[in-house]
Design a protein around this ligand. Structure first.
Ligand code: MN
Length: 202
């Protein structure tokens, strides 16, 4: 069973003006599609073809560059599309809001921590909000297509929110202004979905 490019849950222009349609189209149909194809190539003959992507990443041989880069790229983008939406923005719901307050004091402090992690990740990568077993949340970042499911990466736990900070995610609209893109991302976060992921993985 080969991995398939997941359906984008909204139209390319649904996140405008925060994320433009052209960026979405290239990002989804070229970049994510490319990671998906190369992930299937990297899995061929490995014996892991029927494993879940989570299991593949959790048990990853970090020296396997093809699987690390493309398995990460497949998973990270699949999560990224889900945690954004046309009716996004606002703040997290109930128990996730409480966990964020417990870890960071307030939503605004969490927003600063997450934004700083994204802004300060040198070069390409991702910033994450993860949940650990027991419900504690933590912000971290990782390079390239790594993510916290992989051995020894970031804060551990399960990512429930991620922002892609590769230039391909924002350069058409924001050029070098990564902080503006990070700020705009908060207007498209689907907190309902993030809260659901929190409940499922806490
Ligand atoms: Mn990307």
């Amino acid at each position: 069973m080969a991995f398939e490019l997941p359906q984008l849950p909204y139209a390319y222009d649904a996140l405008e003006p925060h994320i433009d349609a052209k960026t979405m189209e290239i990002h989804y149909s070229k970049h994510h599609n490319g990671y998906t194809t190369k992930l299937n190539g990297a899995l061929e003959g490995s014996g892991m073809e029927s494993d879940t992507i989570e299991s593949i990443l959790e048990n990853l041989d970090m020296d396997n560059a093809a699987l690390r880069n493309n398995g990460g790229g497949y998973y990270n983008h699949s999560l990224f599309w889900e945690v954004m939406g046309p009716n996004g923005g606002g703040t997290p719901l109930s128990t996730l809001a409480q966990a964020i307050d417990a870890a960071y004091g307030s939503f605004e402090s969490f927003k600063s921590a997450f934004s700083n992690a994204a802004a300060n990740q040198f070069g390409s990568g991702w910033a994450w909000l993860c949940v650990q077993k027991g419900g504690k949340v933590e912000v971290c970042s990782s390079a390239n297509q790594d993510n916290p499911l992989m051995p020894g990466i970031g804060c551990g736990g399960t990512p429930i929110l991620g922002i892609d900070i590769w230039e391909h995610a924002y350069y058409l609209n924001y050029q070098n202004r990564r902080p503006d893109y990070i700020n705009a991302f908060f207007n498209v976060i689907n907190w309902e979905k993030v809260s659901e992921l929190y409940e499922q993985n806490k």
